[in-house]
Design a protein around this ligand. Structure first.
Ligand code: URA
Length: 244
């Protein structure tokens, strides 16, 4: 048995919220009877109708990994008519990005039409690792990187502890390149963390999302996830990083 609201959303006919509205408006029938609760249980054999029309069969779930190029917005539709990450993927499914990368940030981005999968991966309690390659202005000192590593106040929130590795200074000693592994994904998080310690970000790329890297994908290219990769990501979201 599943909740009617979930079944309607899984069919691709509407989001969960819209499905709830339809139910409360009395537009949904199960086996000919109007139902009124979004939690109404249904079985696979039940006949579901919306406004008198049968509910379409569940939409096939699709999962893509995109190597996001710079100059593309991470959204499904942009009010300024800029190119979006969804425009780069050839599919007739209603996909959406899992989390977001800034306009100028490149790298690993998952897109899917599976809302449960997306919610599991972006839930802050689930600690899915995201690894970024970062170039910042100036020479990042040990104390500064330790401060970021311990977690610091970034305006409205305190960041979780994270790891900084592979720190290198460029030849002219005007910038620092490094890798950072974080387990959350607040708005402009990396840029704000480095800004606070006085080293604005020059370049940012996500080189790993959980178990996935963009190996073999040039910027703008994408591929479908393999079934074992989808399973690994589900496991990561359930059990977190086994090394923690
Ligand atoms: N942190 C940022 O500041 N920007 C991104 O795009 C991703 C993480």
């Amino acid at each position: 048995m599943e909740r009617i609201q979930k079944i309607i959303a899984a069919s691709g006919a509407a989001s969960r919220r819209t499905a709830e509205e339809w139910i409360l408006q009395g537009r949904v029938k199960v086996n000919g009877e109007t139902i009124s609760r979004p939690s109404h249980p249904v079985e696979p054999s039940d006949r579901i109708e919306i406004d008198g029309r049968p509910l379409p069969a569940p939409e096939e779930k699709v999962y893509f990994l995109l190597n996001k190029p710079a100059g593309v917005v991470t959204t499904t539709a942009d009010d300024k008519n800029r190119k979006t990450v969804v425009d780069l993927i050839d599919t007739d499914k209603r996909i959406f990005p899992v989390g977001r990368l800034d306009y100028d940030t490149t790298g690993a981005l998952i897109l899917t039409n599976d809302g449960d999968f997306m919610n599991a991966l972006i839930h802050p309690r689930h600690h899915v690792e995201k690894e970024y390659s970062v170039k910042v202005e100036g020479l990042l000192r040990k104390e500064e990187s330790a401060r970021i590593g311990r977690g610091l106040d970034v305006e409205d929130f305190h960041t979780l502890p994270c790891r900084i590795l592979s720190v290198r200074y460029d030849q002219a000693k005007t910038s620092t390149s490094l890798k950072i592994i974080i387990e959350e994904g607040k708005y402009h998080q990396i840029k704000r963390m480095f800004e606070i310690v006085g080293h604005p970000v020059i370049k940012l790329s996500r080189i790993r999302f959980g178990t996935l890297t963009c190996e073999g994908l040039s910027p703008g290219e994408y591929r479908r996830l393999k079934p074992h990769e989808i399973k690994q990501l589900w496991n990561l979201s359930r059990f977190g990083n086994p090394e923690r």
